[in-house]
Design a protein around this ligand. Structure first.
Ligand code: XMP
Length: 518
């Protein structure tokens, strides 16, 4: 396996893992490390480039993370690029570099500059080669560089300095976020950076499958370790793909466990059985635990409280299975997105507690997909020749329909109501062949009762929200606009239920909303 070419230093931005994903899309592997781990890594590795991420810190905050001590920020030697890595600071990363070299970083805005912005690029600089001079970018920052350090030039401007470079082009800074899809030419900018750094293509799905198999085998297949490996499968693309990757190398050692949580969609267990079968999984155990979950979550309203109660039961079921099979390991299909948003990636803040992230087990737990995004897992599934029903499957959260009773108490009746409503809307989308345009559908019962009129009678009933989103990586998403006839058909179908009097369509993008309501 080639050495890792790019080190991404994670200062806690919500977008850090997207940098890694975009680099992989460009064919290059990278490692993402929190600042504390960088010095040790740099002792043993020489990358071709280092990217310093954005952050929710201000460089002026007490305790704000600093540049790694061992970061070599001197100019390039005259005799060649290959002896030294290039550095690119993004947003906070750029501000750290500017301060280090004696520039000024100020808080010129009362509020954070946030969202789309227009910049003018110096297209003579190799970082912006082949890109239109004026382009749209995605900004998300409070501080800005107001005075460049000596020996640096400005290579892009918006309302102020939008990018900088030293004279030998090996220390670069960009104030906006090239890794976010809303930066129109972001990928091209990162490609230019890879070219400048002399990186070569070293990533493809087949390699990655072998890498995952090797990583897991190295841990679970030591001669003395005969214990079973438990893998939680939900029937979704992540866990099914992971099972398909591991089944051929682990054989009978692998026990796949699916939990019927009582919060699954209609017919989901049957689909799960079909999907795991076509993924080559033989040892599937289905545990019916709906009663246990509902008993624990019953009448809870708060989103985080529900998640925490769901986790408790989820964990206890797996603990029982670990003991039953005398397993030595538990493997889960946790993705990068889950890790970032549950605040477990480097320094990023917690958005939601994920049901399977950060649990402590008596046995070793492995998350072999932890650096990947959903679309990358879909690529692995395709490379494994899994059926379309798996690699095109829309995601569904582990806590399932429990998260879709929003602001109202969780009861069996409410869960059943959203289960039926989800089926109704899903069938309409299938009928119009819309499922392929939508990344995820959410139908939620809202705790907003209101007055309606049905058959000339007053009804005081529930409201439902329908939310369809389009996204590549679930870090950002936009609402899907249904045509009027489809809105009408969905509204008519859902309000046939005697207690539903109102249907809201939610088009709020992420951010500021999230995909799920809680
Ligand atoms: P959010 O709502 O955070 O969701 O924008 C991003 C993606 O993650 C799914 N999600 C979860 N998946 N356990 C999961 O397995 C969870 O606790 C969880 N919470 C959210 C969500 O459905 C979307 O696909």
């Amino acid at each position: 396996m080639n050495e890792i070419q790019i080190l991404v230093v994670d200062y806690g931005s919500q977008y850090t893992l997207i940098i890694g994903r975009t680099l992989r899309e460009l064919g290059v592997r990278s490692i993402i490390l929190p600042p504390k781990k960088v010095d040790l890594w740099l002792k043993n590795n020489i990358p071709k480039a280092i990217i310093l991420s954005g952050s929710n810190w201000s460089v002026h905050d007490d305790g704000a993370p600093e540049l790694p001590k061992s970061l070599d920020v001197t100019d390039l030697p005259k005799d060649g690029v290959n002896k030294k890595y290039l550095i690119l600071g993004i947003c906070y990363g750029m501000q750290l570099l500017a301060r280090k070299f004696g520039g000024n970083v100020d808080k010129p805005h009362e509020h954070r500059e946030y969202g789309p912005a227009k910049v003018t690029l110096n297209t003579k600089h190799p970082l912006f080669k082949g890109i239109p001079e004026k382009t749209e970018v995605w900004a998300s920052h409070g501080d800005t560089v107001t005075k460049l350090p000596k020996n640096f030039i400005s290579i892009a401007s918006s309302s102020g300095i939008a990018a900088m470079s030293n004279k030998t082009n090996n220390v670069l800074g960009i104030q906006f976020h090239p890794e976010v899809v809303h930066t129109k030419e972001g990928k091209k900018i990162l490609q230019n950076f890879l070219t400048l750094s002399g990186c070569s293509i070293d990533w493809n799905p087949k390699n990655l499958i072998q890498q995952i198999q090797k990583e897991v085998l190295d841990i679970v297949d030591k001669p003395k370790q005969k214990q079973k490996v438990i893998l939680g499968v939900s029937g979704g693309v992540d866990s099914t793909t992971l099972a398909a990757i591991l089944a051929p190398v682990l054989g009978k050692k692998l026990i796949c466990i699916a939990i019927d949580t009582g919060g699954l969609r209609k017919n989901e267990i049957e689909e799960l059985k079909k999907n795991t079968k076509s993924a080559g999984i033989k040892n599937l155990v289905v545990i019916k635990a709906g009663e246990k979950f509902i008993k624990n979550i019953f009448i809870t309203i708060d989103g985080e409280e529900k998640r925490s109660k769901f986790r408790e039961v989820y964990k206890s079921i797996f603990e029982t299975q670990i003991a039953k099979y005398k397993a030595g390991f538990i493997v889960q299909g946790t993705l990068a997105t889950d890790i970032i948003e549950s605040g477990k990636a480097g320094e990023s803040v917690m958005i939601k507690t994920h049901h399977n992230v950060g649990l402590t087990w008596k046995v070793e737990d492995l998350h072999p997909l932890r650096n990947l995004f959903k679309y990358e897992v879909r690529e692995l599934a395709r490379a494994l020749n899994l059926p379309k029903t798996i690699y095109e499957r829309n995601p569904f959260p582990g806590p399932g329909l429990y998260l879709r009773v929003v602001g109202a108490p969780v009861t069996k009746e409410n869960i059943e109501l959203v289960r039926e409503a989800d089926k109704t809307v899903s069938d309409i989308l299938k009928k119009y062949n819309l499922s392929k345009n939508i990344s995820q559908l959410i139908v939620a019962l809202l705790g907003v009762n209101s007055v309606g009129v049905k058959g000339d009678e007053r009804v005081y009933g529930h409201s439902l929200a329908v939310r369809a989103v389009v996204t590549v990586d679930f870090m950002t998403a936009r609402g899907y606009y249904f045509k009027e006839e489809i809105i009408n058909e969905i509204t008519n179908a859902l309000t046939k239920h005697k207690n539903i009097v109102r249907v809201f369509f939610d088009l709020t993008p992420k951010p500021p909303a999230t995909t799920e309501f809680e």
